[in-house]
Design a protein around this ligand. Structure first.
Ligand SMILES: [Zn+2]
Length: 323
């Protein structure tokens, strides 16, 4: 039997039993349960927060992880741009500026103006990894911006000088004389027939007997005949102090004789193996003011920076010449 509660009724001067309606009972019990549940949930959430963080903290942590991973990816891309810009700067210096007779911009100057460490002290409040990544990114993006500006100025200068020197540039020997790749470069090389090291004053290009050989700049044929170890030789006078030479030819193109004017790209002869050689190829020389120079630095009208680097590598690594 349910326990009964009483109250004192002043009208009847007696204790009367308290009567609960069943609905009230249900509401009372339910309220107790809800309060108890809320307290439990509160304790549970507080406990969990100590272990895993609040839901907003968990979301922030996930966001942080994503940001950090993006920062690492950005770093890789910046490093890629850095390498590309270095290749462009190298080509700019070694080919474009050299050809036009403008002083190269040295590498330190291109990289100059790197900000002091203090500029990035604002990142010190973050974790080591984050802080150093942020510093690195900010520093390197700033450096890329500066170098792109310098490169832009250099190209503007080149464009101006190019426009002032169009005729000269049409004459400078600046294209490949044959389709083939470079076999051997300019410099001290082991001579395949004489069997000792001596100065190789040109580039050897891969070419079969009879492959077409083209003029590399506008000019006038100065010489076209057999000449000692050169075999059949063509010398082109390009004016402005430049001359190009094509050796070991198997023959001359129709109409090629001293005094004939030629244009860049015009067929002048056929490669071969005449003179002292190891095998058929084209030996190509450029003379500037009477002295042989490295023709690789004059292929600027014809090859991409990647090809230039590849040719430079082949040219410097192969110790032998075909002569
Ligand atoms: Zn050679």
């Amino acid at each position: 039997m349910a326990q009964k509660y009483y109250y004192y009724d002043e009208d009847s001067c007696s204790f009367q039993p308290i009567e609960y309606k069943s609905v009230d009972k249900v509401i009372f019990t339910a309220s107790l349960l809800i309060i108890f549940g809320l307290v439990l949930a509160g304790i549970g959430i507080t406990g969990l927060s100590f272990v895993a963080g609040t839901p907003s903290e968990i979301a922030l942590k996930a966001e942080n992880r994503e940001l950090l991973s993006q920062l690492h990816k950005t770093k890789n891309r910046i490093e890629f741009f850095d390498r590309q810009l270095s290749t462009i700067a190298q080509t700019d210096n070694e080919i474009y500026r050299t050809i036009l007779g403008i002083d190269p911009i040295d590498y330190d100057e291109r990289k100059a103006g790197t900000g002091g460490v203090d500029l990035y002290a604002k990142f010190d409040i973050y974790k080591d990894e984050t802080s150093s990544l942020l510093k690195w990114t900010e520093e390197n993006v700033a450096s890329l911006e500066r170098r792109i500006n310098i490169q832009q100025l250099s190209f503007d200068e080149i464009k101006t000088i190019y426009n002032e020197n169009k005729s000269k540039l049409a004459h400078i020997p600046a294209t490949k004389p044959v389709k083939g790749v470079i076999l051997s470069g300019f410099g001290m090389r082991f001579h395949p027939v004489h069997r000792f090291n001596r100065m190789h004053e040109g580039l050897d290009f891969r070419a079969k007997i009879g492959d077409p050989v083209y003029a590399t700049g506008d000019g006038v044929i100065k010489f076209s005949a057999a000449k000692g170890t050169y075999g059949n030789l063509i010398i082109v006078n390009h004016s402005f102090g430049y001359e190009s030479r094509f050796a070991h030819l198997s023959g001359f193109a129709k109409g090629i004789r001293p005094g004939k004017k030629i244009k860049r790209g015009e067929l002048i002869g056929y490669s071969g193996d005449t003179g002292v050689v190891e095998g058929p190829h084209l030996h190509y020389e450029i003379y500037q003011n009477g002295k042989p120079v490295d023709p690789l630095n004059f292929l600027f009208a014809d090859i991409s920076p990647e090809e230039y680097n590849m040719f430079r590598k082949i040219s410097s690594e192969n110790p032998n010449s075909m002569d």
